[in-house]
Design a protein around this ligand. Structure first.
Ligand code: ADP
Ligand code: MG
Length: 345
């Protein structure tokens, strides 16, 4: 397995700075999920590693060797990089086997055939070798695309929103399959996604981007528990956001006072409470009085909205226990301080 490194890499299209001074190392056989809103530079970052774009400045290294930079440009086909892009389209006029063999054109025919069959076997579709793509379901086609990407045994595999075309049930299966293949091939991998939950499921490490820059990189737990700013926090979960003022070492909000977390006295802050940390109690027993305005039963949890005096938006709660209060009735709410985050305004 090899290391993929970006060193101070920038790239612009005409006036648009798509990637802005990115430093990032992906360790051998590591699976990194690149996460961020549309237009933040994720696809461009992949293209720079693949050799489909040339960086305006900085270097890309694979296995310690400069592949893009002032000194060298190694063409895409010589990089040992596999790509699986969003529109993974298979060639409709080629059999499944021929599709998978496509990336193996450099090999002797019988070797290419054997490798292609092995790759199909790996995704559990060897029996479809002689069929054509239209005969397969979306999820099966996706797995063929995965087989095609891994057949040449790339040391680096770059996947751009590979699961976005699949419905949710199927997506879980294909994700698991992909993880199994990645573990087996030990490819160093970047998976681009805009879905935080997908990133948390798949990644050894998550890299969050915004406006061409890396905002935060770390484990799913790091990003969830210690987001660097409000935008990162919002990305990872639904939040109740209320204004707070820090004074005397505590933070006062319409939801009561909280211990200060990394913010300073005199500062105006945004206090965020994750909905799972909001507990709805009988009227009079909570920290803050409110009125239950809606409830939606989702099976394992119930989503509740509570109107609180002085707040424009209702407070959202995700309750695990049955709440007996009826819609329209007065309730009290309790906040679990472990579900609270705060950021300077
Ligand atoms: P993402 O994959 O995160 O959605 P991209 O890397 O595709 O982001 O794009 C980053 C920025 O670069 C966007 O502002 C986009 O409009 C711009 N961009 C991407 N590709 C091109 C291109 N070929 N020509 C001009 N601008 C582009
Ligand atoms: Mg993209």
């Amino acid at each position: 397995a090899v290391r993929l490194a970006y060193e101070n890499v920038s790239h612009a299209y005409d006036e648009v700075l798509a990637v802005d001074r990115v430093d990032l190392q992906i360790e051998p056989a590591e699976i990194v999920c690149l996460l961020g809103p549309s237009g933040c530079g994720k696809t461009t970052l992949l293209k720079l590693a693949a050799g489909l774009e040339i960086p305006a400045s900085g270097r890309v290294l694979i296995d310690g060797l400069e592949v893009s930079g002032p000194a060298r440009f190694v063409p895409p086909e010589k990089r040992g990089v596999g790509l699986m892009f969003q529109d993974f389209a298979l060639f409709p006029h080629l059999s499944i086997l021929a599709n998978v063999k496509f990336g193996l054109a450099g090999l002797p025919r019988d070797v290419a055939e054997a490798e292609a069959r092995k790759a199909l076997q790996r995704v559990g579709l060897e029996r479809y070798a002689d069929l054509y793509p239209h005969a397969l379901s979306g999820g099966e086609q996706q797995r063929v695309a995965l087989a095609r990407a891994v057949a040449p045994r790339p040391s680096v595999l770059l996947m751009d929103e590979p699961f976005s075309g699949l419905d949710s049930r199927l997506r879980d299966d294909v994700r698991e399959e992909t993880l199994a293949v990645l573990r087996e091939t030990r490819a160093t991998c970047i998976i681009v996604t805009h879905d935080p939950e997908e990133a948390m499921r798949m990644a050894d490490r998550i890299v969050l981007m915004r406006s061409g820059r890396v905002v935060q990189a770390g484990s799913a737990a790091d990003l969830y528990h210690s987001p660097t700013d409000l935008a990162v926090a919002r990305f990872f979960s639904e939040l109740n956001e209320v204004p707070g003022i820090v004074a005397g070492g505590v933070v006062s909000t319409p939801l009561g006072t909280f211990g200060r977390q990394g913010v300073v006295d005199g500062e105006a802050v945004t206090v965020c409470v994750r909905p799972h940390g909001v507990q709805v109690a009988p009227a009079g027993s909570g920290q803050v009085p409110g009125r239950l305005i809606s409830r939606r039963f989702l099976g394992e949890v119930e989503l509740l909205e509570i109107a609180v005096d002085g707040l424009d938006m209702p407070i959202k709660a995700r309750a695990r226990q049955t709440v007996t209060a009826a819609v329209g009735s007065e309730v009290g709410i309790l906040i679990d301080e472990a579900a609270v985050l705060m950021f300077p305004v």
